[in-house]
Design a binder for this molecule. Structure first.
Ligand code: ZN
Ligand code: ZN
Length: 148
């Protein structure tokens, strides 16, 4: 029986108060409690290189709403620039979190790769960050809410 703490994944995000996620191999599991603060696609070179992807879609939460439930020993981080940590599972390599002290706001937030979630989250991506750095081979994307 699902309890109040673990609603079935089929529940819509509107009736949930948190979302669970994991790395590819499942060793690292986390939960993020709603409300999130933002969700956006980031086109910066650091995100693209770190994830070997055309862009990375992040959802940001206050850091105290994010808890690693399992696999902390396999959840390691890489300092991609001074003050910026990108975390990943050392077994399967899945990229999970971005934490940075570069801005006052970011210092209190944990950005989580949206694709790492199993459950629906409380918002859809609403903008593009660093779109000016986007790769030339992406198909046309609607960019109506630039962010930075
Ligand atoms: Zn893993
Ligand atoms: Zn980025």
């Amino acid at each position: 029986m699902p309890t109040a703490d673990t609603p079935p994944p089929s529940s819509p995000a509107s009736v949930r108060n948190e979302a669970h996620g994991r790395c590819m191999c499942g060793r690292v599991k986390f939960v993020a409690r709603f409300p999130s603060r933002m969700a956006a696609h980031c086109h910066c070179e650091s995100c693209r290189r770190s994830h070997s992807a055309g862009f990375v879609t992040w959802i940001g939460f206050p850091s105290d709403q994010v808890v690693v439930l399992e696999g902390e020993q396999d959840h390691v981080s890489y300092e991609s620039s001074p003050g910026t940590q990108r975390t990943f599972c050392r077994v399967c390599g899945t990229k999970l979190f971005f934490r940075s002290t570069r801005t006052e706001r970011w210092a209190k937030e944990t950005h989580i790769a949206l694709a790492a979630f199993d459950d629906p989250v409380d918002r859809a991506p609403s903008g593009h960050a660093f779109y000016e750095e986007h790769v030339p081979w992406l198909p046309f994307m609607q960019v109506d809410q630039p962010d930075a």
